[in-house]
Structure formats: structure tokens, C-alpha cells
Design a binder for this molecule. Structure first.
Ligand code: COA
Ligand code: MG
Length: 290
């Protein structure tokens, strides 16, 4: 499945040091996994987590779930070893934390270019610093880029933003990154919802992110998966409307008209593009097993 057709409704972080949780992910209905070597791993466990994630990736068993490894920053004491160990297994994607500029993407891409096992490896970037947000367009347009991940916890800290349920203080940053991802034609997933036992709160935040245009949400706990999968999938009503719009538009075209009307609203060529994307996404989700 090519990267843009692939669903990223649910993108679950798993601490790379937690073998039990890593094993558990093989049976979870997530679209993608972030194997974390960075902030979810204690300093004393960094080396062990790196080796464990490399072993689990080469052993496989994660099926169609897209596999992304979050490395420690290249300026930290663990970054270089993370890069070398993970690149050696030819990962589907590496995720660079706290990216500030496109130069960091270019440097990582150049290193991947010299490793035959990484011919298909994508780079994803954490968007979580003020500098990174301001440089979102050039970061998203960098070589090998596959997606952006909103790091809303770090960003809130950096911006000195308070938590609000409506996320109004965060909206400019979210939208700048969304613009950057769409301009570059890459994926973008929303930040985590920290209160992992608050299902209603998660559902509301997923709906907000979906309506803004995000492909999905990063998650921290298996209990969050079903809510995200539902929120970011086309609903039955969406699919039904898409089919009716396509049928009505084709009928209008056959009569030499460029516009149709469905449910009292006009349907033009551009709506058909969206309708076809909706059906393609539903098919891609079905192909992953629903
Ligand atoms: N991925 C996969 N499995 C997970 C998981 C995750 N992120 N979080 C929990 N689980 C598993 C547990 O291993 C446990 O499995 P078991 O029943 O086989 O033992 C089960 O889900 C239930 O876990 P629970 O006891 O409810 O949670 P916990 O108290 O063990 O852990 C957190 C809670 C928040 C510490 C944990 O979910 C976590 O580490 N999440 C990821 C945090 C992270 O990666 N942060 C970095 C990015 S923000
Ligand atoms: Mg972070």
C-alpha cells in the first residue's frame, strides 16, 4: 500500500523497553505503531530498548501495521547508536524528535541513502518545538518525508500554553503543520490525549482533529484504539453520501451538465474527488481488516 492511501487512524506509542506491550501490539487493531526509544524510555533502559526494538522488528509479526521507530535526538548521547542499530534492520520509517529545521531531515536522509537496507525507509518528524512549527513547510517538503506527528505535550511546554479542552491555544500550530503536510502531500497525525481513561474526552478531541483534516491520532494506551479508529474512518453515512454524489454527478455529466444536486447541495467535480477519496479510504481500511 503506498503511503498516502494507507490509513493512519490509530498510531500507538509503545515504550521500546516494554517487551510485553510490544508483543501485545501484534494483536491490536492499530494502523501504525511508534516504537519509542525517546521519552517513554528511562535513561537506564535506553540501550536495552534499542536492542529489543531492533530484534522485534527483524523478527516481525506486526502484520500490516505500519512500523515507525522514534529515535533519540541526533544531538543526544543515544542518537547515533539508535540510528545505526535501527537503520541496520531497514525500518519502514524513522521518527525524528524535536525537529527544528529541514537541515535535520536532509542529514538523516543522506545517512539513509548510504544504507542499502534503508532504500524504502521514510522519515517522519515530530512537530513539537516553536522553531519546528515555524519551519513546518520546509520540514514537510524534505527528502524521504512520509509524515508529521504533532507533539502537543512538548509544544505546550515550549509555548507555555495551558491545557484547554477546546485546544484553542494550540490551533495555530496544528493548522500550520496541517498546511505544511498537505502542501507536501504527506501524512499528518494529531497529538496524544493524556487522560487515557477519559473516553468521552478522547472522542471529542479525535472529532476535532478529524474535522481539521488530520489522518489520525497518536495514542498512548490500547484502550484508545477503538475510539480513534472509529473517529477517523469514513462513517456509513459518509460512504453512502459519497456513492450518491458520484452516481448523481455521473448522471448529470451524461446529460451534459457539470453540476448535480444531492440532498439540496450542489455537487461539482471537486466534491467527486473527495467522494472518491472517502471510498478509497474505506477500501484501504477494509483491506487492513476493518
Ligand atoms: N502499547 C501496547 N500495550 C500497552 C500500552 C501501549 N502503549 N500501554 C499499556 N499496554 C498494555 C499493558 O502492557 C497491559 O497489558 P497486559 O494486560 O498484557 O499486562 C495492558 O495494556 C493494560 O495496561 P494498563 O495496566 O492499563 O496500563 P499501564 O498502567 O501498564 O500503563 C501507561 C499506562 C500510560 C504507562 C502506558 O500505557 C504507556 O506506557 N503508554 C505509552 C506512553 C508513551 O509511549 N509515551 C510517549 C509518547 S507520549
Ligand atoms: Mg516529545
Amino acid at each position: 500500500m503506498d503511503d498516502l492511501a494507507r490509513p493512519y487512524r490509530s498510531v500507538l506509542y509503545i515504550p521500546g523497553s516494554n517487551e510485553r506491550a510490544l508483543e501485545k501490539a501484534k494483536g491490536l487493531a492499530v494502523d501504525a505503531i511508534i516504537f519509542d526509544l525517546e521519552d517513554a524510555v528511562a535513561i537506564d533502559a535506553k540501550a536495552e530498548a534499542r536492542a529489543l526494538v531492533a530484534r522485534m522488528l527483524s523478527d516481525g509479526g506486526f502484520g500490516g501495521r505500519f512500523q515507525i521507530v522514534r529515535l533519540n535526538g541526533m544531538t543526544t548521547e543515544w542518537g547515533a547508536a539508535d540510528f545505526d542499530t535501527i537503520a541496520a534492520v531497514g525500518p519502514q520509517a524513522i521518527l525524528l524528535p524535536k525537529v527544528g529545521s529541514a537541515a535535520e531531515i536532509e542529514a538523516a536522509a543522506a545517512r539513509l541513502d548510504s544504507i542499502p537496507a534503508c532504500a524504502g525507509t521514510k522519515i517522519w518528524a515530530m512537530m513539537e518545538t516553536p522553531q519546528g512549527i515555524l519551519n513546518a513547510a520546509s520540514i514537510a517538503g524534505g527528502p524521504r518525508m512520509g509524515g508529521l506527528v504533532m507533539g502537543t505535550n512538548d509544544l505546550a511546554k515550549e509555548l507555555m500554553t495551558r491545557f484547554r479542552a477546546d485546544r484553542e491555544p494550540m490551533l495555530t500550530s496544528l493548522q500550520l503543520c496541517l498546511l505544511a503536510a498537505r502542501a507536501a502531500g504527506i501524512a499528518i497525525v494529531d497529538g496524544v490525549y493524556n487522560a487515557f481513561k477519559d473516553e468521552d474526552g478522547l472522542r471529542a478531541e479525535c472529532a476535532q482533529g478529524r474535522d481539521m483534516g488530520f489522518d489520525g491520532k497518536t495514542l498512548i494506551h490500547p484502550a484508545q484504539v477503538a475510539v480513534a479508529n472509529e473517529a477517523f474512518a469514513p462513517s456509513e453515512a459518509d460512504i453512502d453520501l459519497a456513492r450518491r454524489q458520484i452516481a448523481a454527478f455521473e448522471a448529470a455529466e451524461a446529460e451534459g451538465k457539470g453540476v448535480a444536486v444531492v440532498d439540496g447541495r450542489i455537487v461539482e467535480n471537486l466534491h467527486i474527488v473527495t467522494a472518491r477519496q472517502t471510498l478509497a479510504k474505506a477500501d484501504a481500511i477494509a483491506a487492513l481488516g476493518g
